[in-house]
Each structure stands twice: as C-alpha cells, then as structure tokens.
Write a protein that binds this ligand. Structure first.
Ligand SMILES: Nc1ncnc2c1ncn2[C@@H]1O[C@H](COP(=O)(O)OP(=O)(O)OP(=O)(O)O)[C@@H](O)[C@H]1O
Ligand SMILES: [Mg+2]
Length: 245
C-alpha cells in the first residue's frame, strides 16, 4: 500500500539557518502521526513544506506514492484536499460565518449546502452566537476552534495541525480531540499529522510519533515504543522532560 504522504530527505534553509535537514518520514492512511521535539527543531517548517506553502531546497514530497513538485498543478490539487491549521492562525477579515463558508466556496460547493454545513459547524463548535462577529475579534480559543473548523469543513483527505489546541480550556480540548478522532475513522483513507508540545495529547491521539531534533527526524515509532522503549537516547531524554528549551 502506498503511503498517504512521504518525505524523502527534505531540507529547508533560511539564509544561515537550516530549519529542516534531510528529514524523511511517512504518514499512513487511517493514522494520526504526531510530530514532537524541542522548540526550533523545525516542526512547523516541516508541516508548511508538506502543505506546499514553501519550496524545499532539497528532497522529495510524495503524495499517494507520486512525487509532487512545489508550485505544480498537482500540488494545487493536493492543497484542495488538505486542511491546515497554522501555529499562529490568522482569520480572514470578515464574519465568523464567512470564514467558514470560504473554504467551501472556493471548492465550488453550492450556496444552499454551504449554508447548511456552516450552520451545523457553528453549532458543533459552540460559535453559533458569534457567527456575525468579525472573526478578527474572537478570543484566542474561539479563533482556534474556528481554524479547526475551517480546516475540516470541506472533508479534506489530509489534515495538518500545528498546535491546534494550545490555547483552549480542557472542555474545548476534549471537544476538538473527539472531532479529530471521528475525522480519522471515516472511510479509512484519511491521514492526519499533528505538531504538539503536549506529550499527553500525543499519547491520547497519535498512532505513531516522530521526534524532530535540529531539523532532522531522529526517530519515528509506534506510540508505545516511543514512550516506553525508544531506540534513540534523544527520544528518552525528550519524553522524560530533560530537554531544556
Ligand atoms: N521564515 C523563516 N525565516 C527564517 N528563519 C526561520 C523561518 N521559519 C523558521 N525559521 C527558523 O527555523 C528554525 C525552525 O523553526 P520552526 O518554526 O520550524 O520550529 P518549531 O519546531 O516549530 O518550533 P516551536 O516548537 O517553537 O514552534 C528556527 O530556528 C526558526 O527560527
Ligand atoms: Mg512551531
């Protein structure tokens, strides 16, 4: 079976900083892969490369077993089927309702369907009473819920989430985590990658976990092995909380 996503030796440099260095990993269909590691390790950069938001300097990205080049028509198609939540999410300067309608509109969904789906989503997220508000006036946690909904409302095949629940209270964390768990079980063809600093969250949600360190992916393992019996001493050090960052 081909992987939903695969990175082979991907490198990204910003002037003198090598943010991602020869990183390789795979994401399978039906799984949630966690990406953890110290601050500055390159996690967010890696996720942006996977979403074709920036070109890599070296290496290849494969989607469904096929190489996809940055800026190609194929990359545009892949992006249409991918939902992304950025670490520092930005809302469009329009109402909450229109922020949610936008991803459906650009994918050609008809107005009646849009209205129904947006309404359902607003209720599900507890944002119904905020629907007419400008999304830029939302609280940090409200914005995170909106961004999660914006990334999932069009039923993407792949979901890339960077600290998607970092600003939320426990009840809302649980609500989004439950939505993510149901999202991944639909159809068996979906794939999710989450970046998180919350190792308990990684433990709750992920099937496998990857550790990034200094731009490289140093270990990818099943969750149990990752926490209990890792191959790389850095993984043990990191999960014990011995890394100062
Ligand atoms: N656009 C950019 N221009 C210059 N340097 C960048 C840029 N984006 C990231 N970097 C640098 O690349 C390195 C990796 O950054 P990245 O944001 O990927 O780390 P991270 O693992 O997500 O960290 P955190 O856990 O703090 O979010 C850092 O040293 C960062 O300063
Ligand atoms: Mg980051």
């Amino acid at each position: 079976m081909t992987h939903a996503l695969e990175l082979r030796g991907v490198t990204k440099r910003y002037k003198e900083v090598t943010a991602v260095s020869g990183a390789s990993l795979e994401v399978n269909r039906g799984e949630i892969l966690g990406l953890v590691g110290p601050s500055g390790a390159g996690k967010s950069t890696l996720l942006r490369l996977i979403d074709f938001l920036e070109p890599p300097d070296e290496g290849a990205t494969l989607v469904g077993g096929q190489r996809v080049l940055f800026g190609s028509a194929k990359a545009a198609l892949v992006r249409r089927r991918t939902g992304m939540v950025l670490q520092r999410p930005v809302a469009l300067n329009r109402s909450v309702r229109n922020n949610l309608a936008y991803p459906l509109k650009i994918r050609g969904v008809d107005d009646e369907q849009i209205f129904k789906r947006v309404d359902a989503e607003l209720k599900r997220l507890g944002l119904a009473d905020r629907s007419a508000k400008n999304a830029r006036t939302l609280s940090g946690g409200e914005l995170q819920r909106l961004c999660f909904a914006r990334a999932t409302i069009f039923d993407p095949e792949t979901l890339l989430l960077d600290e998607f629940a970092a600003n939320l209270d426990p009840a809302n964390v649980a609500m989004l985590e439950n939505q993510l768990k149901s999202y991944i079980t639909v159809g068996g063809s979906r794939a999710v990658m989450i970046v998180t600093h919350n190792l308990f969250q990684a433990k709750r949600l992920c099937d496998r976990i990857a550790l990034m360190w200094d731009g490289g992916v140093v270990e990818v393992a099943d969750k149990k092995k990752f926490f209990e019996n890792p191959e790389n001493p850095k993984t043990a050090e990191f999960t014990r909380g011995d890394v100062v960052y």
